[in-house]
Design a binder for this molecule. Structure first.
Ligand code: C2E
Ligand code: MN
Ligand code: MN
Length: 403
């Protein structure tokens, strides 16, 4: 199947532009042998390449291109299929945009093309090419320094573990993971994640219950979450708890129970954030909304968890605006390398700014993901890069520092 990959990247500072011609000649031969054709645009700083050919060959060449040390900040813009090639003449042709007049450069690029129809019917690949040539999108090309720029230095300030737990009354445990603002060096909240007494996952914990018992266990477990957080020294900091939306709806007086337990642990509702996952709210939404009103009236804030993972994201957001949105790891993973993920992130950030909703990126594992997200305007993060959840404790936080 004829596959198209489009990407953009930055030329590395130390690479003399002269060597590009040699590189292109070699790549041209190699691509031709694999039946891959395309065009490489260069504007003096950025590359934009279109690769077309059999699927495996295009993917193989793209993998090698990703490893090439002469450029960095590679972002895959498009990966798609087409009936015929747009640039079928040569394996790889370097087109230096600077050698052409501003008014004629686009036509000069298109003149290299070989397709008959795509020029008349709006084709995404050619639209990307146009956008690059007329430089419409460059404010979104973030210069991300290499991950090795940063060191992540664990700081024990928050580290605290309860070894002597008298939890005989509860059949669960909690692990805590911080949500942080790395540049402000501030823990913005600690999230309580439920575990089995042996440290097993939430899934394992809840699998022991059937039917509505899950919802009761969910609500009741929060007694321990508040209690342990208090013992660990949460003080006036914020505490995030997870609840199934149906737990609030199904369990009678769930909100009253939570408020009483918050008080009994010496906490205040204003420091508590309830996180709910989006894809479950939809059923019985009126009843859910009524419980949310009670939470908000008591001072508790609400976060929409795993935003972007479910199917109700945008329509839900149009009906109901939480205080915070946590963007699912599915969108965060490799965001620095993916054009579609970057476009989605820009849109979410803009939308949440208009609605004054705070955005948190969750599941951040790579320094490049974090740096890209900071550049895009996010300041709150959660993930293994900074801290793993710690059972019965608050973990140390690894703050980034420039080497
Ligand atoms: P969540 O609320 O989105 O919590 C984040 C999950 O991602 C946690 O998994 C955490 O350990 C994991 N995580 C954090 N940073 C990273 C990272 O950098 N990379 C990766 N790959 N994973 C990361 P965990 O503890 O297994 O929890 C899974 C889910 O179970 C939670 O997702 C939450 O939806 C649910 N859950 C946890 N505690 C409770 C609870 O008390 N009640 C209810 N109803 N659900 C809970
Ligand atoms: Mn959560
Ligand atoms: Mn989540």
């Amino acid at each position: 199947m004829l596959t198209t990959i489009l990407y953009r990247s930055h030329l590395h500072d130390h690479v003399p532009i002269k060597t590009l011609e040699d590189m292109v000649a070699k790549a041209n031969r190699k691509n031709k042998n694999s039946d891959v054709t395309g065009i490489l645009l260069f504007d003096g700083l950025h590359f934009f390449q279109l690769l077309e050919g059999p699927r495996d060959a295009v993917q193989g060449i793209y993998q090698r291109i990703c490893q090439d040390a002469r450029h960095h900040n590679l972002v895959e813009l498009m990966h798609d299929f087409a009936p015929e090639r747009r640039f079928g003449k040569v394996g790889m042709e370097l087109f230096d945009l600077r050698e052409h007049d501003k008014d004629t450069v686009l036509q000069a690029v298109l003149d290299k093309g070989t397709s008959r129809y795509q020029l008349t019917y709006k084709d995404r690949a050619l639209q990307f090419l146009r956008t690059f040539v007329v430089a419409r999108d460059k404010e979104n090309y973030f210069e991300i320094p290499p991950a090795s720029t940063w060191e992540f230095i664990p700081d024990d300030e928050w580290l605290n573990e309860l070894d002597d737990l008298d939890q005989s009354v509860q059949d669960c445990r909690f692990a805590f993971q911080p949500i942080i603002d790395p540049f402000a060096r501030r823990v913005t909240s600690l999230e309580a994640l439920i575990r089995t007494p042996n440290g097993g996952s939430p899934e394992e914990y809840f699998s022991a219950f059937g039917g509505e018992a899950i919802y009761h266990a969910d609500i009741q477990s929060k007694r321990l979450a508040f209690n342990v957080a208090s013992k660990l020294g949460i003080g006036e900091h914020r505490l995030s708890i997870n609840l199934l939306p149906m737990s609030l709806v199904t369990v009678p007086n769930a909100v009253d129970f939570l408020l009483a337990e918050i008080k009994a642990s010496g906490l205040v509702p204003q420091q508590v954030i309830v996180e709910v996952t989006e894809n479950e709210i939809i059923s019985r939404s009126d009843e859910f909304a009524a419980e949310v009103r009670k939470l908000k009236a008591a001072g508790i804030s609400l976060a929409l968890d795993d935003f972007g993972a479910g199917f109700a994201g945008l329509s839900l957001l149009s009906k109901f605006q939480p205080d915070k949105i946590k963007i699912d790891r599915e969108i965060i993973r490799d965001v620095h390398k993916s054009g579609p993920k970057q476009a989605i992130m820009h849109a979410i950030i803009k939308c949440c700014a208009s609605l004054e909703i705070a955005v948190i990126a969750e599941g951040v594992e790579q320094a490049e993901e974090w740096m890209w997200l900071e550049a895009a305007g996010i300041s709150q993060f959660q993930g293994f890069l900074f801290a793993h959840p710690l059972l019965n404790g608050f973990p140390a936080v690894a703050w980034p520092e420039i080497k």
